[in-house]
Write a protein that binds this ligand. Structure first.
Ligand code: TYD
Ligand code: MG
Length: 455
């Protein structure tokens, strides 16, 4: 069987059977180095120790649900799935400058005040800088222990002696394990340090929160591998120009993923936003063509937000399609369905779509809101100010019902909306005093809402 030396890229961790000047997978130059044989022969791993097996039924009685600590910051606790689990590793990713250090210092202070022994290790800022930030946040009285350190060996020794309950590592890219021959922030370093820290968390019953910077294309710099190692991955996101920040759970072994927490960045740090819908709609003015309100579900709760579209004749041979806060290929699909199933062409027109307030929507349930915003902009006719929409559009032009219709409607009603345009479905409990129009197909919706449209 073929057996030869293997090569590994120091930048992205990809393996190759042949040496090359450039890594095939990340295109970095001079990063491949030999790692020893990539064995394809018979397994050499037999001959180990027999492991313990336990019956699934017994497990429930022997290992009860993991203990949790709540911080008291509802938005954070909900994203964590009901509080912080002891003996767990978390990764908090986000763009530089978005507010990760601020969030975690505030969270650390809350947990410390709640009785957890908390250590905040900053590899990026000197202790004086962290102290300045704590001053600004009004947290100087909190019993958080600070360390400004990057050497993993020293950090683990300190943690070993101090026996904390919660450790924040800010950031994983600045940490450095001296037994790995690579620069801090490189894949091998990040992987090794994250692995050691995760192991430490499990062995010593510590909650370990690691901060990771995200590159421009939305990846945690270099290592996706860290995401597989840890129990929970949270992303902290938001637009620079906006005050809103969303904490989103993308993976959670101890709770629901896709849950969001909403914060506002103020001069005194992050403040929870208890009613995000009101915030996302607060800048909404008079009803204008191209603006519609979508009643969405984020995690377990309904969140309303505004979709805005602009459609204008294109000066270019190739018309522009520009999207912020929604999926670009989904927009292309909706334009195609409008064109072929409803006879409304968009060729020769530039199309801009934006979700107001820096919100990002991932639900297909927003299809109908997107279509309505596009049509409203195209025919220059505003939809009623007090209406919301939701519904998924299929390629055949049919409108598909979406989950939690009743919750979406109830939230809209709570915020003062009186009408809704939705797919036809036998909903269990529609709000009684709301004016609800239901449609089987997109063409039916277009006809009823906008009348005949000239091609
Ligand atoms: P920071 O937490 O340092 O971001 P990260 O750790 O993700 O790189 O936050 C940086 C930004 O937040 C900075 O531009 C200043 C702003 N900020 C406030 O607006 N209010 C505050 O109270 C604090 C501490 C920071
Ligand atoms: Mg920081």
């Amino acid at each position: 069987m073929a057996k030869g030396p293997g090569f590994k890229c120091a930048a992205c961790g990809a393996t190759a059977s042949k040496w090359a000047g450039q890594c095939d997978s990340c295109k970095a130059w001079n990063t491949l180095s030999e790692t020893g044989a990539l064995s394809t022969g018979p397994s050499k791993t037999l001959g180990g120790k027999r492991g313990n097996l336990i019956d699934l039924g017994d497990l429930a009685t022997q290992d009860p649900a993991p203990p949790r600590t709540v911080s008291g910051v509802t938005e954070l606790d909900r994203v964590l799935g009901g509080g912080l689990v002891t003996a767990s590793a978390l990764l908090v990713g986000g763009d530089p400058g978005i507010g990760k250090s601020t969030l975690l210092l505030q969270a650390a202070a809350r947990f410390a005040r709640g009785g957890l022994k908390t250590i905040y290790v900053s590899g990026e800022e000197a202790r004086a800088q962290v102290r300045l930030r704590a001053d600004r946040l009004g947290l100087t009285e909190s019993p958080v222990l600070l360390a400004s350190e990057t050497n993993l060996r020293d950090i683990l020794t300190t943690l070993d002696q101090e026996k904390p309950d919660l450790v924040v590592i800010d950031s994983i890219q600045t940490m450095w394990a001296d037994h790995i021959d690579a620069a801090p922030g490189s894949v091998s370093q990040v992987r090794a340090t994250a692995h050691e820290l995760t192991n430490f968390a499990k062995r010593r019953n510590v909650a370990m929160i690691m901060v990771g910077h995200v590159t421009k294309d939305g990846q945690i710099a270099g290592p996706r591998v860290v995401e597989h190692m840890v129990d929970t991955v949270l992303y902290f996101e938001g637009e620079r120009g906006h005050q809103f920040r969303l904490l989103r759970a993308v993976k959670n072994r101890f709770g629901p993923a896709d849950e969001i927490g909403v914060f506002e960045m103020t001069g005194k740090g992050l403040v929870e936003v208890k009613n995000p819908s009101a915030l996302f709609l607060s800048e909404r003015g008079q009803s204008t063509p191209g603006s519609v309100v979508f009643s969405g579900i984020e995690g377990t709760r309904p969140v309303l937000c505004e979709f805005q579209a602009l459609v204008a004749p294109s000066p270019h041979a190739q018309a522009r399609r520009s999207v912020v806060g929604w999926d670009g290929s989904r927009l292309a699909m909706i334009l195609a369905v409008l064109e072929s199933r409803c006879g409304v062409p968009f060729s020769g027109l530039d199309v801009y779509l934006n979700v107001a307030g820096g919100m990002r929507v991932n639900e297909p349930a927003a299809d109908l809101a997107v279509a309505a915003a596009l049509l409203s902009a195209r025919v220059d006719k505003a939809l009623p100010q007090d209406g919301v929409l939701f519904g998924e559009i299929s390629l055949s032009g049919a409108l598909r019902p979406v989950s939690q219709a009743d919750n979406r409607l109830k939230e809209a009603q709570k915020l003062g909306f009186q009408s809704a345009l939705i797919p036809a479905a036998k909903a269990k409990s529609m709000p009684q005093d709301m004016n609800i129009s239901q449609y089987e197909t997109l063409a039916e919706f277009v006809g009823a809402t906008f009348g005949p449209i000239d091609a």
